[in-house]
Design a protein around this ligand. Structure first.
Ligand code: B12
Length: 134
């Protein structure tokens, strides 16, 4: 019997949306999600047959929260991994809560700079299942 792959969605969050009106010269946060690209490479190398991995960078891949929500509803991730940076704490919380409400069985993991520096504060959100310190 053929099993479908486990879907892992890695998210680089940010509070702003890059639209056609955004002046990219003023926008310092557009960057390659290097940390998540490392994780994705390891998953692809070791679990390619069993796991499908996708990276999204909220600010650049979508033009609005509605557009991103539509993507999430369609993609239906089994595991979500979010990179945390202190500036986007509030956005991260909203994202985690929305994903948990929409997909209660999806495992939500958070790692990255803000977990590495302040894991106790990050643990305030009970909808996050796993914290990863590196
Ligand atoms: C280079 C850098 C930048 C570059 C980014 C370039 C890029 N392409 O990524 C620029 C100049 C754009 C930048 C901007 C900012 N930065 Co900066 N930056 C750094 C720096 C020096 C290195 C980051 C890096 O590339 N690390 C290498 C990658 C591979 O590591 P990583 O992203 O942490 O990911 C690894 C792990 O954390 C983990 N991981 C990451 N996410 C996840 C998710 C899951 C689920 C799991 C399991 C694991 C995991 O796995 C990855 C592989 O090991 C760090 C300092 C540092 N020593 O980390 C500060 C640092 C991350 N930045 C910081 C800050 C505050 C910012 C800004 C908010 C600044 C601002 N005022 O705008 C923005 C935020 C941008 C953003 N979205 O991250 C802080 C974060 C503090 C915190 N507690 O959150 C740091 C720690 C500096 C500091 N000591 O204050 N930054």
């Amino acid at each position: 019997m053929k099993h479908s792959k486990l879907k892992v969605l890695l998210i680089e969050p940010s509070g702003q949306w890059v639209t056609n009106n955004t002046n990219l010269n003023d926008y310092e946060q557009v960057m390659y999600p290097i940390g998540l690209m490392y994780l994705s490479s390891f998953i692809k190398r070791d679990f390619d047959e069993r796991i499908e991995v996708k990276i999204i960078s909220t600010a650049v891949d979508f033009k609005s929260q509605q557009e991103m929500d539509a993507f999430l509803l369609d993609y239906k991730p089994d595991i979500v991994g979010i990179r945390s940076v202190i500036f986007y704490e509030e956005y991260l919380d909203n994202l985690v809560n929305t994903i948990h409400e929409t997909f209660p069985n999806t495992i939500i993991t958070v790692g990255g700079p803000n977990v590495n520096t302040d894991v106790v504060n990050e643990q305030r959100n009970k909808n996050i299942s796993i914290f990863v310190l590196v």
